[in-house]
Write a protein that binds this ligand. Structure first.
Ligand code: CA
Length: 186
């Protein structure tokens, strides 16, 4: 079952939201604070995080950074502060999408479905045979550490190879510089 973690302190908002998403067949968990959200994510994981920007204590921005440091989970930010949006979607924070409050619940559900559809389509295009990733005319062999494009070998440095292989394994996902540093550079 597809799991969605909703991070929002206003129950009058999170209640109808989780009701609607449950009705759509998603497994929904609500966290009311940033630390609760991190704990819930660490113990149960999630396929998507809906994250409110305005939270008491730890802000949505901090929660987003913390999640990004350990995971490439898609994150949709919810915010009433339109001037924040560029920064939210920017590389430093790495949210995948945003919804400007006020928004309709139906719009949110449509956005969630679209995000999952996009991911599904991406991973359908990605074939995996014996560890070799193929994407149209591009193949990446992680054992031999070889890359071919249109049947021609591509010369890459070890780091370039790691980066390409990492992106190929996470189609349709946006990563912050920090999470790439952590996950590729180690
Ligand atoms: Ca809030």
């Amino acid at each position: 079952m597809t799991r969605i973690l909703v991070v929002e302190d206003e129950v009058s908002f999170s209640d109808p939201l989780s009701y609607l998403l449950s009705k759509e067949g998603y497994d929904v968990e609500v966290a009311e604070t940033g630390p609760d959200a991190i704990t819930a994510f660490d113990s149960d994981g999630a396929d998507l995080v809906l994250l409110d920007l305005m939270l008491p204590g730890m802000s949505g921005t901090e929660v987003c950074k913390k999640l990004r440091a350990e995971s490439s989970v898609p994150i949709i930010m919810m915010t009433a502060r339109v001037e924040e949006i560029d920064r939210l979607l920017g590389l430093e924070l790495g949210a995948d999408d945003y919804l400007a409050k006020p928004f309709s619940m139906l719009e949110l559900v449509a956005r969630v479905k679209a995000l999952f559809r996009r991911q599904e389509a991406m991973s359908r295009n990605l074939r995996m045979d014996a560890g070799v990733l193929s994407f149209n005319d591009l193949t990446i062999d992680p054992i031999a550490r070889e890359v071919h494009l249109h049947q021609q070998p591509v010369e890459l440095t070890p780091r370039e190879f790691d980066l390409l292989y990492f992106f190929a394994r996470h189609p349709g996902q946006v990563f912050s510089r920090l999470s790439l540093l952590n996950q590729v550079w180690g």
